[in-house]
Design a protein around this ligand. Structure first.
Ligand SMILES: [Zn+2]
Length: 372
């Protein structure tokens, strides 16, 4: 009996370990097959008049904030998902986009880098994740797919030549580690602005979705290094205390690359009237997001309410677009739908001058002020 029982146990063991192996394959396989990028669900399109289209085509249209580099998509190809690629920028008359490099979110960015088969150096290092994204964009620039803009003149030049352009920002200074000297290095690569914090508090300061701590000593060193390197301060995601500390230190015109206003929708991501005035008084601008949580719902009409509120509080030179396209959010349009914004501004009685300022004129003016 005993001698027959033994082989039966052995075969059970073989079956069990085979099943375990199959299970591991299924788990690993589904991890790599799983696509975490939310699918784009556009709102019903608004019909765009010839007049709005003419203004839109003439304008230099700029979006201050898109997170497209977070996703494993080839931006030279159309229709690979998400909100932005270079062909859709051309169709939508979106002349320039600020690609904001994200390197940390809730401890998951390394796992995502592994999932997306980024180089192994990026799995444990926000700095390497930043460098990887900058290299990825630079390769498209080198291949002539898109132009890199590092100042106002370049934005205008590329627009006049009929080329879409890109510029760099960094969302969350943890990308730099604890070495603020890296600001010089990223400035040399074309980074125009940095937000000290992103979705959680970090060594630099407090996040609007973290605690209301102010800028740390390292955070102050960062803003001073940015002043020296000519890198602008992006106050998006800053806690109120960090916002106040940082804006008091910056010597360059600040921006809020993507946010909404509390007077229209009282969200943790949005700015008070006092904050809007503080940015405008220093020659800065606010990019209005096209998605929740800055908006209460994905609605271009509501985005216009936020834009109008900034104009009411701080004037028409203080507002821009910071869509947050590809930022794990639901927007009513993608890059191709941008002319609908011009149409809505026209319907609200905005002058042609005002429409062109909101669409991108104010971003060009901001970059000019940074240089002087
Ligand atoms: Zn963001």
């Amino acid at each position: 009996m005993g001698s027959r029982l033994f082989p039966r146990r052995a075969s059970l063991r073989v079956i069990a370990s085979s099943l375990a192996l199959v299970l591991v394959f299924i788990i690993v396989g589904s991890f790599f097959l799983w696509d975490p990028e939310p699918s784009f669900r556009p709102s019903p399109a608004i019909e765009v008049s010839d007049e709005a289209l003419r203004i839109h085509r003439e304008a230099l249209v700029v979006d201050l904030h898109a997170d497209s580099l977070l996703w494993p998509r080839d931006l030279t190809l159309e229709g690979q998902g998400g909100h932005v690629d270079f062909p859709r920028m051309r169709t939508g008359g979106l002349d320039a986009v600020g690609f904001t490099n994200v390197t940390a979110f809730f401890g998951l960015a390394g796992l995502k880098a592994f999932h997306d088969r980024w180089p192994s150096a990026t799995w444990f290092s926000p700095w390497e994740r930043l460098r990887f994204q900058l290299r990825k964009m630079q390769a498209w620039v080198d291949a002539g797919e898109v132009a890199l803009a590092t100042d106002a003149a370049a934005l205008r030049f590329h627009h006049e030549a009929g080329r879409v352009s890109v510029f760099h920002g960094i969302e969350g200074a943890h990308a730099l580690g604890d070495d603020v000297n890296r600001v010089e290095e990223v400035a040399a690569l074309g980074v125009l602005f940095i937000s000290p914090v992103h979705l959680s508090d970090n060594a630099y300061g407090g996040s609007s979705s973290g605690s209301d701590r102010g800028l740390s000593a390292l955070g102050r060193d960062l803003v001073e290094a940015m002043n020296r390197a000519g890198v602008m301060l992006d106050l998006a995601h800053a806690s109120p205390a960090t916002f106040d500390d940082a804006i008091a230190l910056t010597e360059l015109p600040p921006l809020v690359s993507h946010a909404g206003v509390r007077a229209v929708h009282d969200s943790w991501r949005n700015l008070s009237d006092r904050q809007i005035r503080a940015v405008a008084e220093r020659g800065g601008i606010i990019g209005i997001m096209l998605a929740p949580p800055a908006l209460s719902e994905p609605s271009l009409g509501e985005a216009l309410d936020h834009i109008e509120h900034v104009i009411d509080v701080a004037g028409e030179d203080a507002v821009a677009i910071g869509s947050d396209f590809d930022g794990y959010v639901q927007t009513p349009i993608d890059a191709e739908g941008m002319p609908q914004l011009s149409e809505l501004m026209l319907r609200r009685g905005f002058s042609e001058t005002r429409i062109k300022k909101v669409l991108g004129g104010n971003v060009v003016a901001l970059l000019s002020r940074r240089e002087h």
